[in-house]
Design a protein around this ligand. Structure first.
Ligand code: ZN
Ligand code: ZN
Length: 271
């Protein structure tokens, strides 16, 4: 079969999967962003005195973020589709049967995917903040000065593409099972939605522990949206601490917010 015929066969085989890929990604975003929105902005929740910024985002911002997030899902779908076509040609190392590599491998490979993405995100994010790339690639995301759960996928097409490339990168490096991808994608959207939620949910004592302070917090990423500098990390603050890009006021701000607003007011009044 010539190259063109083979490509057409693959495209017609995989074509019907496009709406499914889109829906899985879109519904994952919609489910977790709506749940976080309902929890933090509609229901009475226990973190009300832990709002990171005093101002609230507008409905117009929510709408804009939602539409950009849909466009990001279109980009993710396109990248996944190209990866599936290339897989037919023997590229990438996906496997279907867990017993081929075992459960230990499955767990370790899932953790490795998250670790690689953490490092990849830190450096691509720093690059996006260079004068050359910021305006075209990253500005859309930073238009949300007060992040909300809907900000999670609010990216320009270029930024969405950069994030989506993590899939072909990891599938080139080592064998990946769909279950590892499912856990990874679910974890990333939960962390992403929480990081933009506008409220801090982590315990105050976390920041004084040398190991636990390496876990990224909602305050950390919120401060990135406010300052446009510092705190480039995703799941961890490891690379920010290693490369000296932690916001100078991060630990202090986290301690203040987790102390709770009412307590802060009482402290200020008693001073
Ligand atoms: Zn963000
Ligand atoms: Zn940024």
């Amino acid at each position: 079969m010539c190259f063109q015929d083979q490509l057409l066969t693959y495209l017609s085989e995989l074509g019907p999967k496009i709406p499914v890929i889109f829906l899985i990604d879109f519904l994952r975003y919609l489910a977790f962003a709506s749940l976080a929105f309902l929890f933090f902005y509609i229901w009475k929740h226990p973190f009300q005195n832990r709002k990171i910024q005093n101002k609230f985002a507008t409905n117009a911002q929510f709408r804009r973020e939602f539409l950009y997030s849909v466009s990001s899902v279109v980009v993710y779908t396109a990248v996944t589709f190209v990866v599936l076509v290339l897989r037919k040609y023997g590229y990438f190392q996906f496997y279907e049967r867990i017993e081929d590599h075992g459960w230990t491998y499955l767990i370790l490979s899932t953790l490795l995917i998250l670790a690689i993405q953490d490092f990849y995100f830190y450096w691509t994010h720093r690059l996006m903040h260079t004068r050359w790339l910021f305006k075209i690639v990253h500005k859309v995301h930073h238009d949300s000065l007060i992040p909300s759960p809907w900000t999670a996928y609010s990216f320009s097409v270029w930024e969405a593409l950069i994030h989506a490339l993590i899939l072909p990168i990891i599938a080139t490096l080592f064998p990946v099972h769909p279950l590892a991808l499912l856990v990874f994608m679910t974890f990333q959207i939960i962390r992403n939605v929480l990081g933009h939620s506008g409220y801090e949910i982590f315990p105050s004592w976390m920041i004084s522990n040398r190991i636990l302070k390496l876990i990224n917090t909602n305050t950390n990423h919120d401060m990135h949206h406010q300052s446009f500098r510092y705190n480039y990390g995703l799941y961890t603050t490891i690379w920010d601490y290693v490369f000296g890009t932690v916001h100078p006021k991060y630990e202090e701000t986290f301690a203040e917010i987790t102390r709770g607003k009412s307590e802060q007011v009482q402290l200020q009044e008693s001073n």
